[in-house]
Design a protein around this ligand. Sequence first.
Ligand SMILES: Nc1ncnc2c1ncn2[C@@H]1O[C@H](COP(=O)(O)OP(=O)(O)OP(=O)(O)O)[C@@H](O)[C@H]1O
Ligand SMILES: [Mg+2]
Length: 219
Amino acid sequence: MRTILVLNPKGGSGKSTVATNIASYFATQGRNVTLADCDPQGSSQDWLAARSGSRNSINGAILKNHSLEIPKGTDVLVLDTPAGVSDKRLSKFLSQAQTMVMPVLASPIDMRAAERFLHELFSLKGTVNNKIKIATVANRVREDTLAAAKLEYYLNHIKLPNGKKLPFMTMLRQSQNYIRAAESGLGIFELAPSKTYYDREQWAPLLRWLNSNKSLPKK
Ligand SMILES: Nc1ncnc2c1ncn2[C@@H]1O[C@H](COP(=O)(O)OP(=O)(O)OP(=O)(O)O)[C@@H](O)[C@H]1O
Ligand SMILES: [Mg+2]
């Protein structure tokens, strides 16, 4: 089973938006997808509840007594996580996935929070790259702003504990397409291609990575 964790302890960074869009993408590829909502806020669950039965189905799973019941036959599991995850809960989430996607917003507060979180993450020795592969995604970017340029520079220069670059996949723009899609429990891949061409282009590097061995930890 392919397991993808979407995590950033900073609230509002775009975890649920990225998680639901990853789930929607794999569903459009005919995969058996389960979207696990590990946040008591229930954003992903609400998104699933709004999804029409005529669309490629996506299973839901929620955390019960700290454990997840994953439907049999799932080939892609996407985990949406709450804000504020650290310590033991962080280790538990990391142990459940092969790949982690971390969305980061273009603001000094979010970048500083990302820095602190990565420090905690990298201190978990032997985890990053060996047990889980991680990449960042800039989210809700307003193009041609200084804030966007600073975020791009920051994400492009994060080093892993082994000295290699932490993969930075793409910049996702701020777009009403995400809001419009989420209203009906959809991802941008399920809206008209003519209206989402630019967003799809922005997603392409992340999807290529998720579909490649590069996003899988060493065996
Ligand atoms: N690229 C985007 N363009 C436009 N709106 C966006 C984008 N990404 C996220 N949003 C909006 O920003 C808000 C926060 O996003 P989201 O709920 O995905 O973040 P989160 O990290 O899951 O938040 P929380 O920490 O509360 O779980 C939502 O209203 C969402 O619709
Ligand atoms: Mg959320």
